[in-house]
Design a protein around this ligand. Structure first.
Ligand SMILES: [Zn+2]
Length: 110
């Protein structure tokens, strides 16, 4: 599916230009920019649900994160109801301290 590189919206495949900003659509969002920064594992969580909650909390702070599980590798923004696996949340190296704080705060309430 084509994406607008500016708006990050996904469009129908017969659309060639972004209706919002007029930029030519690209086939895929470049994932390199996401993988360019050094990601380090923040902590392991007992289920994907916790990882999703933490990822959501980090997102609110403007910190991107990756969730890696034993089952599917990298899954972003997906919900899995499969049997419990150990999932690890990865965050940009420079944000680890802040993420640690957020994680501690959040996991206290679980
Ligand atoms: Zn656009």
């Amino acid at each position: 599916m084509p994406f607008c590189p500016n708006c990050k919206y996904e469009y129908n495949k017969d659309i060639k230009e972004c209706p919002d900003c007029g930029a030519p659509l690209i086939d895929k969002l470049p994932e390199e920019s996401f993988e360019d920064s050094e990601y380090v594992p923040l902590r392991s969580l007992p289920s994907r649900l916790y990882a999703e909650m933490l990822a959501e909390a980090l997102k609110k702070e403007g910190i991107p994160s990756m969730i890696k599980g034993d089952d599917v590798g990298i899954m972003l923004g997906s919900y899995s109801t499969t049997s419990p696996v150990k999932v690890t949340i990865w965050v940009p190296e420079g944000d680890v301290d802040r993420c640690e704080e957020i994680a501690n705060q959040m996991l206290d309430h679980i």
